[in-house]
Design a protein around this ligand. Sequence first.
Ligand code: CP
Length: 316
Amino acid sequence: MRHLIDSTDLSVAEIDRVLNLADDIIRDPAAYAECCRGKILATLFYEPSTRTRLSFEAAMLRLGGKVEGFSSASSSSVSKGETVADTVRVVGSYADIIAMRHNKEGAPRVASMYSPVPIINAGDGGHQHPTQTLTDLLTIRSLKGKLSGFTIGLCGDLKYGRTVHSLAKALSRYEGVRFIFISPEELQIPRHIITEVLEPSHQDYREVRSLEEVIGELDVLYMTRIQQERFLDMAEYERLKDVYVLDPAKMALAKPDMIVLHPLPRVNEITPEVDNDPRACYFKQVKFGMYVRMALILTLLGVKNQLAPVRAEEPD
Ligand code: CP
């Protein structure tokens, strides 16, 4: 049984197949409308979410399946002390697949050791968010036409931002991706991602403090929120919260075909005026998230659509 806990749990060929399937669903959603008839997705969200939970739910409903779950630990028996292991053993006897978000890093990995059905990590603490990465990859591939040979700037809270960790790991496996990490020293990308991921894969990377200094080099700018909920020291959060604000003046320094992505929610890091810039693609990005989650559910459940176009399979 396959789970998706880390963005590198899928090979590059498997990611390409998921993205290809998402493209097929975008082209002909009606062909997939009955694929999960009789199947149930459980959404176990111990931490708040808008996009990930609702897009998973929309994905399963659009595939003809049903959804059950909870959106906070306080509304489930977790509040009585039930463990993750026991919870997924129980829920796995009702549902066919589980999407789990947890504030503790590693909780979905633990869940996968006990669950009788596939577990999808929908974000664990400041660690990983692999389905956001699939969303980001589908967005970049759709809007830039490729996943190799481009320069990406990841800007903001690179320490606690799980979407950045997952995306950097995934992109490190594509050729010729140049990474520019833009953060204050306090929120720099974890050293293990540099030493265990980027250096072994010989990717070109650099770390800078100023967005203005590098924005003109970027093909993709990936803005992130400063993750207030992960700070132990609120004074430090207050000091850093507006360290990067993307506004029309900074956009004027960027290439005409750069795209701006953001996993959302945003707070102050992109001003509303930027939303009208055709290079602002973060609201397109969210829709790709639903389609890629449809593709992932079909993949992990092993559901084949007889009506779908057949593609030549690449080796893993
Ligand atoms: N991008 C993302 O994970 O958003 P939510 O926290 O709203 O799910």
